[in-house]
Design a protein around this ligand. Sequence first.
Ligand code: TYD
Length: 197
Amino acid sequence: MFLTFEGVDGSGKTTQANLLAKALRAEGREVVATREPGGTPLGEEVRQILLDGLEMSPWAEASLFAAARAELVERVIAPALEAGQDVVCDRYIDSSLAYQGIARELGVERVLELNLAATHALLPDRTFLVLVDPGVAFQRSSQSDRIEREGERFHRAVDEAYRSLAQMFPDRITPIDGNRTPDEIAEEIRGRLRELS
Ligand code: TYD
């Protein structure tokens, strides 16, 4: 299975991605855990350009995220799935749809098209969207990179964007209430996954 985690900075999605990978491994499954942007040598270099580098135009930003994603699919995600392993990825296409497509106003359709081309149309079997109160998430977020430093208005736009994506893709995106303890959230995610398999 190909599973992804999404949410605004400070939502707790990374903690949940790690907990799920651990739980699946404890069941004896082989799990490849990875993250975006990054996850390959080229992807990590692109990550630096995106997060520590110069200002850039919105389409340059979307294209660089798509480039890192193309590399990750080709070298990590697709081979793992072909070998029968599970893949848990911290962020994927929906991050680009929310941040670049909606919050940066490039358009969901056009950003989706770019990303479907870059990934050979590989979509997750299930995407868990960790939703928390946007004010709380903003307080928690480290604001340590170029995109996180956009400020609270942008952060709220991304939160709204994710909520509309969940309505656009209800069969793939499962919203999860992230205003609880990490263990409670992890428990719900395990339950949701069991319902699917
Ligand atoms: P993030 O996973 O939050 O990195 P870290 O775990 O180090 O905090 O991702 C970094 C930033 O990149 C985050 O603000 C979201 C943004 N991003 C996009 O804007 N589009 C994308 O397609 C992806 C994958 C990330």
